[in-house]
Ligand binder design. Structure first.
Ligand SMILES: NC(=O)C1=CN([C@@H]2O[C@H](COP(=O)(O)OP(=O)(O)OC[C@H]3O[C@@H](n4cnc5c(N)ncnc54)[C@H](OP(=O)(O)O)[C@@H]3O)[C@@H](O)[C@H]2O)C=CC1
Ligand SMILES: O=C(O)C1=N[C@H](C(=O)O)C[C@H](O)C1
Length: 240
């Protein structure tokens, strides 16, 4: 396959290496300093685009792919206020758009464990819940996209919670899941869910040791997406 890399930073580079090691070609590497090259590309030379750029750049890159009939796999976080616009564009243009806050298989298992645990916690009383995420200091957004997905999983199952808040900022209330974001180098990504009571504490943690798992997941989805249409997610890709 010919894969276009929209964003060629820490993730784009590893994705490119993995894609080439799996026999794919790189159709282009778009960064801030050559973003005008995107308009010169012939979309017919691109089978799929993988978008790992920055929150401010994601919408334009994804729109280019959808408007040119290129399936797009998106890992960039921090732009979700515009996601519904992209979803509408995808359906209007009969395109293929895939977003995941985290492409690692381990984290997607962790998402399921989080949901299972929150269902159990909904049947008991006395526990407060909180999320902590730790990432490298170059990360532009907070909380992490993964922490938001975890909070949404808790809110879906825990009747006592209906929102989340970051680092004690408003709207902090009894009904919100507290998220703490820490920026410590070189952390590729750690997420901790804590249930605490006066009697005991229960904690689950996912720790990424490198960016390899995120990048491999994105390439696997790129290999899967060309036959698919619509707004897609890890629930469509994974069999669990
Ligand atoms: N879903 C997942 O599994 C994962 C998601 N992520 C997310 O992916 C994104 C990228 O992460 P990471 O690679 O670590 O970040 P980096 O900052 O290392 O890379 C982002 C790259 O995007 C480039 N860029 C800026 N503007 C544009 C533009 N208009 N078009 C194309 N590229 C542009 C930047 O260029 P320049 O440096 O010149 O500004 C930079 O090279 C982040 O949002 C991060 O949260 C990260 C890991 C896993
Ligand atoms: O910026 C990162 O590095 C990461 N971003 C994603 C997120 O915001 O959840 C995924 C992973 O945790 C690494």
């Amino acid at each position: 396959m010919n894969i276009l890399l929209l964003g060629y930073g820490k993730m784009g580079k590893i994705i490119g290496e993995i894609a080439e090691s799996r026999g794919h070609s790189i159709a282009g590497k778009i960064n801030i300093d050559n973003k005008e090259d995107l308009q010169k590309l012939d979309p017919k030379d691109v089978d799929v685009a993988i978008e790992f750029s920055q929150p401010e750049a994601a919408f334009e890159n994804i729109s280019w792919a959808i408007n040119h009939g290129v399936p797009v796999v998106v890992g960039t976080t921090g732009w979700l206020d515009k996601k519904s616009e992209i979803e509408k564009m995808t359906l209007d243009k009969n395109g293929s758009f895939f977003y995941a806050s985290n492409f690692s298989i381990g984290v997607n298992i962790f998402f399921k464990v989080n949901e299972f645990l929150s269902k159990l916690m909904n049947e008991t009383t006395g526990y407060g819940v909180s999320i902590e995420e730790i990432h490298h200091t170059a990360k532009k957004d907070a909380p992490s996209g993964t922490a938001i997905t975890l909070a949404e999983g808790i809110i879906k199952n825990l009747n006592s919670k209906n929102t989340w808040n970051l680092n004690g900022e408003t709207p902090s209330s009894e009904e919100s899941v507290e998220i703490t974001s820490k920026r410590i180098d070189p952390a590729p990504g750690t997420h901790i869910i804590r249930y605490q009571s006066p009697i005991d504490d229960l904690e689950i943690t996912h720790t990424a040791h490198s960016r390899q798992g995120f990048a491999l997941g994105a390439v696997l989805v790129a290999e899967w997406i060309p036959e698919k249409k619509g707004v897609l997610s890890m629930d469509d890709f994974l069999s669990f």
